[in-house]
Ligand binder design. Structure first.
Ligand SMILES: Nc1nc2c(ncn2[C@@H]2O[C@H](COP(=O)(O)OP(=O)(O)O)[C@@H](O)[C@H]2O)c(=O)[nH]1
Ligand SMILES: [Mg+2]
Length: 432
């Protein structure tokens, strides 16, 4: 339970109002009562729930992403040095639970790995785009659930993209332009000139102007600190004019006079990270964490997520108005879509039936033709076989006739032989 705000007026209970055993409430006199206490409720609840912030760091390997994040949150987040030899661009996602006094922050840092080490520029920005979209999609899916659980849900949508520009002093690289162009409608981009201690003050101003001109001429939208909120308008508008911030990161403590400061020690002196004359680190930290964190989160929700949601729902066929420009309810669209789907199913079923009938007909025709062909063959073979049988019958008849003739001749010859024998015998007898 949240601690009750100590802001109620003093009430002294009358004896008759008090039951036996009732304890007397002790109220402090802060002078607040009524709905003027509402902000306290919000503050208490926020502190109790804790805050969350998701940062995407895009930049070449070794440009100083991890060092800057450590410096921003004044914590060694122990991110290992990454190699230049990854075959593809990847993303390293790490979540930390940080605490400053009684304020808890769930910080998610997403860092690019292998960025700038690849030849294929398209393959370099696509994983970033996919990741940002995937977080929006996860949120949308949670929103569309029947039973939603936003209280336990970890919102992983990216609130800010720190884009680290190489301190060349020359111009943006084509990869920088391509990546920023592809993510500017999805995320709040804050451009940074990394390792700004490697560039002279004069060159830095020229470089800042050059970068802004290039961003404008390429139509790239970067995050603008809001200027419509009275207490922060002036600071924010001045900071908008100083983008991109030239930052230096370091966790090293260096001695300057009698003080220990965070900085980078050089043979010619010390660069103090938290000295506004040396770099824009303080400006970045103030703008990001102290003044505009809530606005970054709000813009993520009302601008970037809203755009994603709108495109996604339109792609799924949902719309707010019908073809006649009349407003349509979700239910009407759903019914219309269901009817359309049903009609399409019917149509497809009908088409399939027609196709099936056609195939059956075709098969029937081919079967009939084959049957005819076979019948013809059968008739032909039958005829041949009949002719063959008749021929054989004829031959058999001839052979039988020949046999009869043979037996006849045999009988005649036997008769003749008997006669001859008789005659010879008679002749012999007569001679005797
Ligand atoms: N000169 C200079 N060096 C830096 C700065 N920030 C980081 N470095 C150094 O650059 C190297 C790579 O930094 P790291 O933060 O690991 O880069 P990452 O790969 O982008 O995360 C380390 O040796 C850091 O000490 C900076 O602002 N200026
Ligand atoms: Mg790193």
């Amino acid at each position: 339970m949240a601690e009750k705000p100590m802001c109620m007026p003093i009430q002294i209970p009358h004896d008759e109002d008090m039951q036996k055993g009732d304890s007397v409430r002790c109220l402090t006199m802060l002078g607040h009562f009524g709905f003027e206490c509402l902000p306290h409720q919000l503050v208490n609840r926020s502190i109790q729930q804790g805050f969350s912030f998701n940062i995407l760091c895009v930049g070449e390997t070794g440009i100083g992403k991890s060092t800057l994040i450590d410096t921003l949150f004044n914590t060694n987040l122990k991110d290992k040095k990454s190699s230049h030899f990854y075959s593809n661009v990847g993303l390293k996602i790490q979540t930390y639970e940080l605490q400053e006094n009684n304020v808890q922050l769930k910080l998610t840092v997403v860092r690019t790995v292998g960025y700038g080490d690849q030849i294929n520029k398209e393959a370099s920005y696509q994983p970033i785009v996919d990741y940002v979209d995937a977080q929006f999609e996860a949120y949308l899916q949670e929103e569309l659930k029947i039973k939603r659980s936003f209280t336990d849900y970890h919102d992983s949508r990216i609130h800010v993209c720190l884009y680290f520009i190489s301190p060349t002093g020359h111009s943006l690289k084509s990869l920088d332009l391509l990546t920023m162009k592809n993510i500017d409608s999805k995320v709040n981009i804050v451009p940074l000139i990394a390792k700004a201690d490697t560039i002279s003050k004069y060159d830095l101003q020229k470089f800042k102007c050059k970068i802004m001109t290039e961003l404008v001429s390429n139509g790239i939208q970067i995050y603008q600190f809001p200027t419509d909120d009275e207490p922060t308008a002036q600071a924010n508008s001045s900071m908008n004019g100083q983008l991109p911030f030239a930052v230096v990161g370091s966790m090293d403590e260096v001695k300057v006079g009698k003080r220990m400061v965070r900085g980078r020690q050089y043979p010619w002196g010390v660069l103090q990270v938290e000295n506004e004359n040396h770099c824009d680190f303080i400006k970045l930290r103030d703008m990001l964490l102290c003044i505009n964190m809530e606005d970054l989160k709000e813009q993520t929700h009302i601008q970037h997520y809203e755009w994603y949601r709108c495109c996604k729902l339109k792609k799924m066929g949902f719309t707010d108005v019908g073809p006649d420009n009349k407003p349509l309810s979700f239910q009407e669209i759903y019914e219309a879509k269901r009817q359309k789907f049903y009609d399409q199913c019917q149509r497809e079923e009908e088409e399939l039936k027609q196709k099936f009938m056609q195939r059956v007909k075709e098969k029937e025709t081919t079967f009939k033709e084959s049957e005819k062909e076979l019948q013809k063959k059968f008739d032909h073979l039958k005829r041949v076989q009949q002719e063959e049988t008749m021929k054989l019958e004829e031959e058999r008849r001839q052979l039988e006739e020949e046999i009869i003739d043979f037996y006849k001749m045999k009988a005649v010859s036997e008769t003749l032989q008997t006669q001859v024998c008789t005659n010879i015998k008679k002749e012999k007898d007569r001679k005797k």
